[in-house]
Design a protein around this ligand. Structure first.
Ligand SMILES: N[C@@H](CCC(=O)N[C@@H](CS)C(=O)NCC(=O)O)C(=O)O
Length: 208
């Protein structure tokens, strides 16, 4: 049975379509139009109590019973555990996957997300402080990623769910005003990721 994938075409939603495609898991898209407040529908809140996409329902969960999962990081870990793909079993090798996944969840998502918010404000006074603060932090995060990728092909050695999480946000680099030419290692990694058929399909599948 296909996994039900509740989503919209945003960076957090795209992380999961990329992972599902790369893992070769069958899924059906259930669009939650967050521009029409569908994320507040009681049926959706029952599986995603924080009223945010993405969420999944896997009818073939652990022990064969259905399970729902919200929060994109939790979904990525669940899918990796389910398939045995894109996250090593060995604890030492698993640590960098979790580190870079949490780096994305706690920073490289919330920070560029704030740039997307403040950049859209019309009032210059409201916009200036937030845009400056979150743009600086976003640039710093790209610097951190560039240093990591100077001697790693992917964030955790082999390609992993951490790369799927990060590419979801790097996909919007133009929106948060980042020129990848200034971060050559990120650029090389981004182009490698986008050239993968599974990643390309994950970004092309209609989610809205
Ligand atoms: N930490 C959450 C963040 C999810 C998130 O921010 N989703 C946004 C779209 S990218 C959303 O659903 N916003 C609707 C709302 O806040 O009402 C995750 O990674 O799953």
């Amino acid at each position: 049975m296909a996994i039900e994938f509740y989503t919209y075409s945003t960076p957090n939603g795209r992380k999961i379509s990329v992972a599902l495609e790369e893992m070769g898991l069958p899924y059906t898209v259930k669009v939650i139009d967050i521009t029409k407040n569908q994320q507040f529908d009681p049926a959706f809140l029952a599986i995603s109590p924080n009223n945010k996409i993405p969420a999944i329902v896997d009818s073939e969960g652990p022990g064969g019973a259905p399970i729902s999962v919200f929060e994109s990081g939790a979904i990525l870990i669940y899918l990796a555990e389910k398939t045995g793909l894109f996250m090593p079993k060995d604890l030492r090798a698993r640590v960098p996957v979790l580190e870079w996944l949490m780096f994305q969840m706690g920073g490289f998502g919330p920070m560029p997300g704030q740039v997307h918010h403040f950049i859209g404000l019309e009032n210059e006074q409201d916009r200036r402080y937030g845009l400056e603060r979150f743009s600086k932090e976003t640039q710093r995060l790209y610097g951190v990623m560039d240093r990591r990728l100077a001697d790693h092909a992917f964030f955790a050695g082999d390609i992993s769910i951490a790369d799927f999480a990060i590419v979801g946000w790097a996909w919007r680099h133009e929106r948060h005003k980042i020129d990848l030419a200034q971060y050559p290692n990120v650029k090389r990694w981004y182009e490698t990721m986008m050239a993968r058929p599974g990643v390309a399909k994950g970004f092309a599948v209609p989610l809205s």
